[in-house]
Design a protein around this ligand. Sequence first.
Ligand code: CA
Length: 354
Amino acid sequence: MKKVMAMLMASVMVFGLAACGSSSSSSEAAADSSSADASVSEEAASDELPTVGVLIYKYDDTYISTVRNALEAALEGKATVSMQDGKNDQATQNDQLDVMISKGVDVLAVNMVDAKAASGVIEKAAAAGIPTAFFNREPDTEVIASYDQAIFIGTNAADAGKMQGDIITGLMESNPEYDLNGDGVVQYVMFQGEPDNPEAIARTQYSVSQAEDNGTAMELVSEIQICNWDTEIAQKSMEALLAANEGKIEMVIANNDGMALGCIAALSNIGYNTGAEGAPFIPVIGVDATDAAVEEIAKGTMSATVLQDGLAMGNAVAAVAMNMASGADYLAGTDLELDDTGVAVRIPYAPYLG
Ligand code: CA
């Protein structure tokens, strides 16, 4: 029921966007009837509906699942969606791209497995004349700018880190007992998604620099843990860190909630962060505001996260893809604006403390 409501809301939002734009209304009429009987009208309308080819870096990613569901819901009845799971393998995604191009999709929406491989995608899309909206994992600006029918829809990576930094300062100010050794410095551990992912690097860097700019002294305990955004890998790393530094860790900062949850699992195994009265607690901060993280925050086992709005992202990708398909201004009918790069739009983050 929840899902149906979300889909309905997303459809309403996108119809709202389209109504503000300049596109013709014939596909909207088809879309209206399709919500009553999707299978029949999709068949009847498939000749006139644009085809959107969507390449996802991997289906098994909580945030991306939210984006994917929102995108599909928003395009329901407005476009024929062909979506593929890259399974976190760039070679697989390249093959999927080739198939989509040979099928003649009207628009590509690409969530790169490896953002550094985007130049290959651009070359093929440009050769075929297919407009391409990259999203979530950010190619180099020069690569996007090299094709006049390409755009990037992402977030401002620095913002998520800065919000984490503000959260750290706020937590330390309102909970002086978190400074376990009372030295006025936050001894923290850091869990990073990938070593060379720009989003991960920015979160790692800005979370700490923002806290320091706020006047909160920070000190890294042990080296930065690279855990591939993965809960189990983070849990193992955290177990090792706790074994080597028990009592010395005062804060856990993770680039995403998946890794934060792994850290909480490791902590709870030794009696920390269980949510029980009087249990020792080390603040854990993530990014994404996944359902699981929101639950942990409600239980008091996690301190905070930063909301990456997957629904807004999915709706934005859908709106831009439809504009690209109809030849309209890419941002027509949306409240999105190009950033300083001139080829990217940013969906804002928001702090979430429960
Ligand atoms: Ca301290």
